[in-house]
Every structure is written in C-alpha cells, then in structure tokens.
Design a protein around this ligand. Structure first.
Ligand SMILES: [Zn+2]
Length: 285
C-alpha cells in the first residue's frame, strides 16, 4: 500500500554488524565463510522481489538443525536475527532501528492505519531462515498487520503474495485501486472495496484483492471512517450550516491531507462521501 524506500543497509552491513556483536568465534567464522552464499541469496531475493517471484523460492524444512548453507543451521539463522539483530544491546540493532524509522510512523501494509510496532519478515524466518537478517526482507508493521503473527504463512503462487513495500510494482502504489461507497443510514457507513484498473494484468488484480483481504482492510477502514463521518457531519451542522450540497461536495473533495497517497483510507473516504449525492444533500440531517 505504501511504498518505502529500499533499506540503506545491505546484507553485507547486516552480516558485519551482527558478527561484530558475536562472541562465539565458531559461529562467526562459519558466517564469514558462508557470507558469499548469503550475499548471493540476497541478490536472488532482490531480483525475484522486483518481478513478484519470491513465491518461487523453496522453503527450508522443519528441522531446526538442518543446515541452510555453509554449515549454518536454520536455528542459528533464526538466532542470528533474535540475538544479534533485534537485541537492543547489539550493534545489529542499528539496522533494526533505521528500518523502523524509515516507515515514518505509518505501517506500509495497511496504508498507515496503524503505527509500526516491530519489524516483520516478509518471507517468514521459520521457513526462509536464510533471509532472517536481510534488510530487504524486514518490514515495519503495525500490531494489527503483524505478519509474523499470521501463522508463518507464505505464498505459493503469485497472487497470494502481499504487496512488497520496498520492491513491488509501481502500479500498486501509484494507481487507485481502493474505493468506497456510502451505505445510507443513521449514521451512514462506508463500504471499502477493491476495484483495480481495467488494464492491469489478471494476476495483479487478484493480488491487490488478496492483500486487501489478508489485512482485513475493508472492515478496518470502515471502522476508522466512522470518526471521519461524525466529524464532517458535525461541521455541516455547525460552521457549514447553510452551505449547498455542491459546496459541501467541494469541501469534502478538498478535505484530505494532500500529503496522503492515492489509496489512503481517508482520501478514499472523502472521495466516496463527496460522490454521494445522498450524503451531500441529505446525509448530514
Ligand atoms: Zn498495518
């Protein structure tokens, strides 16, 4: 939903900072020996993510002690993240904090509805431990989006993949595909839905729909919009009392913060309210 600039730190930076904080010489040596393969995997990740093919990477089996590469086990890769990257007392934390800051307090998966609470692995470390400290695989996410809490699910086909904030196609970020319609009532509500541009590839249409569903955005946006509706109805009753439906429509179209992106729930909500003749004419009563 929200495009984030790719991380400034590379996989080499992550390996360096994590091993700087490591007292176990044996593990440090094995990581040094395997760093070439880890970097190759990272390069492959980047290439695949840009064309939406991360789902083609095979998951690692369940055995915690299975060797992922260069004598480094799955368990050790997971621990590398938990003890040497996320740990507030280790040098690797510098990258964790930089990635969190890069989101500018807006969770990229729900489009800023929530504030990022921690970093999540786009490809879960339980199945793809080789990417446990890859900055490109680490994304700030809010409590409600919390990908690590989604049962370590991973996509096996293109359209099941969540939109990748660092590397995915521009169309997901630049073109409008979230819309809403007013459901008249007292109070009225907004029904948010996906409507992708006609010219999109079928798989991208499915993917946007899947992302919207996976993060429960219709319900979450609708709940959030109730406050907005209450606010604008109150305005109509007070200092905008006496304005015509057309004037109120114009006001609603300009109501969103201009810095918001095209699929931001509030942009979409204002647009839907403005486009509702019922709301502009009678919905305030
Ligand atoms: Zn979120």
């Amino acid at each position: 939903m929200i495009r984030l600039s790719p991380p400034k730190h590379s996989i080499s930076d992550a390996i360096q900072l994590c091993t700087d904080g490591m007292s176990k010489k044996d593990l440090r040596d094995r990581i040094a020996q395997g760093s070439g393969i880890i970097r190759e995997s990272a390069a492959d990740y980047s290439v695949k993510a840009e064309v939406g093919e991360l789902f083609k990477i095979n998951p690692i089996g369940d055995d915690e002690e299975s060797v992922v590469n260069s004598g480094i086990s799955k368990r050790e890769f997971v621990n590398l993240y938990e003890y040497y990257f996320r740990n507030a007392n280790k040098p690797g934390r510098e990258i964790y904090d930089a990635l969190m800051l890069s989101a500018n307090e807006c969770c990229p998966f729900c489009g800023g509805l929530g504030r990022p609470k921690n970093l999540d692995h786009y490809l879960p470390k339980a199945h793809f431990p080789q990417f446990s400290i890859l900055p490109l695989n680490l994304l700030p996410s809010c409590r409600d989006c919390n990908m690590d809490g989604k049962g370590e699910h991973y996509a096996t086909v293109y359209h099941e993949q969540m939109i990748h904030p660092y590397l995915d196609k521009e169309c997901f970020f630049q073109e409008q595909w979230v819309f809403a319609k007013v459901l008249p009532g007292a109070p009225c509500t907004l029904d948010f839905y996906v409507s992708t541009p006609e010219e999109w590839e079928a798989n991208d249409k499915l993917r946007a729909t899947q992302h919207f569903k996976d993060f429960d955005l219709s319900k979450r946006y609708s709940i959030q919009a109730t406050n907005l509706i209450t606010t604008v109805v109150h305005m109509r009753h007070t200092f905008m009392n006496g304005t015509t439906a057309e004037e109120f429509k114009e006001f609603l179209l300009s109501y969103s913060n201009p810095s918001f992106f095209i699929n931001h729930w509030q942009v979409v909500a204002s647009q839907a309210l403005a486009n509702s003749d019922w709301f502009c004419a009678e919905g305030h009563l």
